[in-house]
Design a protein around this ligand. Structure first.
Ligand code: ADP
Ligand code: MG
Length: 362
């Protein structure tokens, strides 16, 4: 239905979209997830030409809509958008909000537009609010009106940009239920959302966007249960990182400990996990210490909120070197201590990087 090739978007010197290529088929529901600032909104806005793309092509029915002959208003009707902030006209009644565009842009009679709008209000459960004004409605109701108004243009695809993120938590589900219903009825949709459980059960495909690209895409099961790439994994498992770079034997252990404790507090780590980790960090640093003049150690503390796992990742550059298997300096006591407080130890050496990953016992 829509084919996007090498789509890019720049704002001045800032490249926000770095060449997006994908296709969306009729009847598909695509969820778009990813950290904020990665270009999710810009991608949707470029799709329906609210923003002019800087390069690439968007093809609908084998026509490139980035051609100058394109009727932009028509494209926006076919790919109508629902915004985070509703964008309703406050001086118009609910019914007038729905009928305005069909009468003006589609040339439909007032009577017919009103009849159809009432059907749509019934669909979103708000027929009895037809004569109210937006300010008399709750956020969840306003967003359902916005969805009905979008449907009034009979779009072929609806683009949702974080439709529930401006709502009170109590109102999220009434809006998601309406979107679920549209999905069941076969509406083609692209939904930017932070509601992971919803994205998982409503969509056929999930795009994980990161730094201006679709970094990984797959079925909900692939993306949520078995993401293949590093940044997707970190996002899905809600990993929080704390990174230390240590490149001298005289590093400040007290400062490191203090920063680590603060991190643990922020992430609500259990005392046991924190104490175990502190012991292991101290032993590890003892093992690296003799090599630290000349060797830079990058220590990452990574906590996965989802799995409640704390990993310590030690990276050094150069030829293969694992301090836990250092024949010249056998430190059996330290090694046993580390082993008794960890549930998994992994070592890989590739591309001249030594990566030792230690999972702390819970
Ligand atoms: P997301 O929706 O994933 O949070 P956005 O698409 O809103 O990300 O923004 C991506 C980047 O583009 C951000 O760095 C943002 O500051 C920048 N950006 C978005 N809109 C504009 C604009 N109109 N002018 C300049 N920069 C913008
Ligand atoms: Mg956004």
């Amino acid at each position: 239905m829509i084919k996007v090739e090498n789509l890019s978007k720049k704002y001045g010197d800032l490249t926000v979209l770095k060449g997006i290529s994908t296709e969306i088929q009729k009847g598909e529901v695509v969820s778009i997830i990813g950290p904020s600032g990665t270009g999710k909104s810009t991608f949707l806005r470029c799709l329906n030409l609210l923003d002019q793309p800087s390069g690439g092509s968007i093809t609908i029915d084998s026509k490139n809509i980035l051609d100058s002959q394109t009727d932009v208003a028509k494209i926006r009707q076919r790919m109508n958008m629902v915004f985070q902030s509703f964008n309703l006209f406050s001086h118009l009644s609910v019914l007038e909000n729905l009928t305005l565009a069909p009468i003006k842009l589609k040339g439909i009679s007032k009577e017919e537009a009103e009849k159809k709008s009432m059907d749509l209000l019934r669909l979103v459960g708000l027929a009895e609010k037809a004569d109210n004004y937006p300010d008399e409605l709750s956020g969840g109701q306003k967003q359902r009106i916005a969805i009905a108004r979008c449907l009034a243009m009979e779009p072929e695809i609806i683009l949702f940009d974080e439709p529930t993120s401006a709502l009170d938590p109590t109102m999220v589900s009434e809006v998601l239920s309406v979107i679920r219903r549209l999905a069941k009825e076969g509406m083609t949709m692209a939904i930017v959302t932070h509601e992971m459980a919803f994205a998982r059960d409503v969509s056929n495909r999930v795009f994980y966007m990161d730094q201006g690209l679709i970094y990984e895409e797959g079925t909900p099961a692939q993306i949520f249960d078995a993401p293949q790439k590093e940044r997707t994994q970190a996002f899905i498992n809600r990993v929080r990182n704390l990174v230390f770079t240590i490149n001298s034997q005289d590093f400040d252990l007290y400062a490191l400990n203090a920063e680590f404790e603060l991190f643990c507090e922020k992430q609500f780590l259990t005392k046991k996990l924190r104490d175990n980790a502190l012991l292991v960090i101290e032993e590890l640093l003892m093992m690296y210490k003799p090599f630290l003049n000349g060797l830079a150690l990058r220590l990452t503390v990574a906590y996965s909120e989802k799995n409640e796992l704390l990993d310590l990742i030690c990276e050094t550059e150069g030829s293969q070197f694992n301090p836990l298997e250092n024949a010249q300096l056998p430190d059996e006591i330290g090694l046993n201590l580390i082993k008794s407080f960890t549930s998994n130890i992994d070592f890989v050496w590739s591309n001249n990087i030594n990566k030792l990953k230690i999972t702390i016992k819970k």
